[in-house]
Write a protein that binds this ligand. Structure first.
Ligand code: F6P
Length: 522
């Protein structure tokens, strides 16, 4: 059992003592104490601005957190990650999604840079060929629809980004996303898509994910009936396994490769982003990459006290590990970011939802908070009640867009700032005589402002979160880049699927599962 991260035990113990001594810390009073608190607890980087002044965090806590991140080996470990060291120790892999957007300047070496550039160029040829109508389907018609079949990181990134960048999708193609294996989405699409103008992307790093393969086979059957042998022109594959893509029947020239040093939840920058590029075009996709690169360069060069991912990470570490907050609520106040909470759930909880440190010891301190959320305007008519009067165990992350042509009336911005202020100030005095109406206040939040919702700034935002996760894993001494926890369920599901088909199973069954199988007619 590890009580403190080995590297920074003294700094960790200091922060625990501080949290105990500052148990009555009042955010509202902190502004009275320091009229410049907003300036001292906020930072701009690129086109993003983070206000963390409503955190339940004193200047002493901020100083202690910065000492903690330095003592955790920030400078050395940041350099190691960016240079391609195998920091994913349980799988002995490098973590180089930054190389996907670094261009030739990437520090990970010429070979990787060349491979990445080569695949990006191949992607551009296909995207520009299909969008211009030069590359057509088997019957000579231009493509109009692209169906991305994938799950987790092989779907969430392009799906979320396509919605976020809807204003940039004015081209000739629409995209659709399928992940669930029950086939209803594919059946719906088959009801109105024209096979002659439909491209299917089978996106799977391993090319073994059952949900994806079930849908891919169904799509292949559908297209083969209508297009015969020409159906193979209507498939692209994105995977680390070219052999399996060929085995499925994807033409080599329509296969795009992924690499082991790119985790699924960090892969939108690779050809996993193909469905996005086809609808927004390569110019905007390259801008998306450039935005992430700008944040990479900021992260790689800024000192901790002026480093946006570091400060954002320390806000989350402080509230989760030292103030006992078990959840962080993501509240984008722009409906086009509707899928951002789901994307961040995978990025954050598949990265930080761990129980042992790098040495294999079970950690005895809180790590990996729950992440949930939805578009803020809707959340106000849903779970924000709990945030104001219920459990005091959530940190709220508000995200808003400054220049938003979709919302000239700016009601969303008013709501965003109002919710953040209401959580902080509450109304205890005004409602003193009516306890059921009291909002106690002093509830913490961050507010992240995006100058606008453009490809470049969306790239900055996602890279910010990726680096934030890295800093949290550093401070918590855990591996953010493996995901062994998802394997057991997959293994059992394969066996239960056989049982549900009526096949005999030697699987040892608990009475509950056995009883449920029986009720399901197995
Ligand atoms: O959830 C486990 C996981 O491996 C994710 O990390 C990944 O994004 C997803 O499943 C899909 O995996 P693949 O891209 O190999 O189909």
């Amino acid at each position: 059992m590890s009580s403190y991260p080995a590297l920074a035990a003294p700094q960790w113990q200091h922060l625990e003592a501080l949290a105990a001594n500052e148990a009555g810390f009042s955010v509202a009073e902190a502004f009275a104490t320091d009229p410049a608190r907003f300036e001292h607890f906020s930072l701009a980087a690129g086109d993003l601005f983070l206000d963390f002044s409503k955190n339940r965090m004193s200047p002493a806590a901020l100083a202690g957190l910065l000492d903690l991140v330095r003592a955790s080996g920030f400078h050395e470990r940041r350099a190691a990650k960016l240079s391609g060291e195998a920091i994913n120790r349980s799988e002995n892999r490098a973590v180089l999604h930054t190389a996907l957007r670094a261009g030739q300047a990437g520090p990970a070496g010429e070979v990787i840079a060349a491979e990445v550039a080569g695949e990006l160029e191949r992607m551009a040829v296909l995207v520009e060929g299909m969008r211009s109508g030069i590359i057509t389907g088997a019957t000579g018609k231009p493509y109009t629809d692209v169906v991305n079949i994938g799950i987790g990181g092989s779907l969430l990134g392009p799906h979320m980004a396509s919605r976020a960048l809807g204003r940039y999708a004015a081209g000739p193609m629409r995209n659709h996303f399928i992940s669930d294996p029950d086939g209803c989405k594919l059946r719906d699409l088959m009801g109105y898509l024209d096979p002659e103008t439909t491209l299917v992307i089978v996106a799977s790093k391993t090319f073994t994910t059952l949900e994806t393969l079930v849908n891919a086979r169904a799509a292949k059957a559908w297209l083969s009936v209508r297009l015969g042998q020409g159906a193979d022109r209507h498939f692209c594959g994105v995977s680390a396994r070219a052999d399996r893509m060929s085995e499925f029947g994807i033409l080599p020239e329509q296969q795009f490769r992924m690499w082991d040093w790119v985790g699924g939840r960090y892969s939108v920058w690779s050809a996993i982003g193909l469905a996005l590029a086809l609808v927004v075009g390569m110019e905007h996709f390259r801008a998306f990459l450039a935005g992430a690169k700008l944040m990479d360069e900021h992260f790689a060069s800024a000192e901790p006290e002026a480093n946006l991912p570091v400060l954002f990470a320390l806000s989350h570490v402080w509230h989760a590990s030292f103030l006992g907050m078990t959840a962080i609520v993501n509240l984008p106040y722009q409906p086009r970011l509707k899928l951002l909470p789901a994307y961040l759930q995978q990025l954050e909880m598949e990265s930080l939802g761990k129980r042992v440190n790098h040495a294999g010891e079970v950690v005895a301190y809180p790590v990996g908070p729950l992440i949930f959320g939805q578009v803020g305007n809707n959340a106000q008519h849903s779970f924000m009640q709990l945030m104001h009067q219920g459990l005091d165990s959530c940190l709220a992350d508000f995200i808003a867009v400054v220049d938003d042509p979709d919302a000239p009336e700016r009601l969303g911005l008013a709501n965003c700032l109002a919710q953040s202020r209401a959580l902080m100030v509450g109304n205890a005095e005004a409602m003193a005589g009516e306890p059921h109406r009291i909002c106690p206040g002093n509830r913490p939040s961050n507010t992240l402002l995006l100058k606008e919702l453009s490809p470049h700034i969306l790239g900055q935002l996602l890279a910010l979160y990726e680096h934030k996760v890295f800093v949290q894993s550093l401070v918590w001494d855990i591996n953010a880049y493996d995901q062994w926890g998802v394997e057991l369920g997959k293994q059992i599901a394969t066996q239960l699927q056989a049982a549900l088909r009526g096949e005999p199973t030697e699987l040892p069954l608990d009475p509950s599962t056995a009883g449920l199988l029986k009720r399901l007619g197995a």
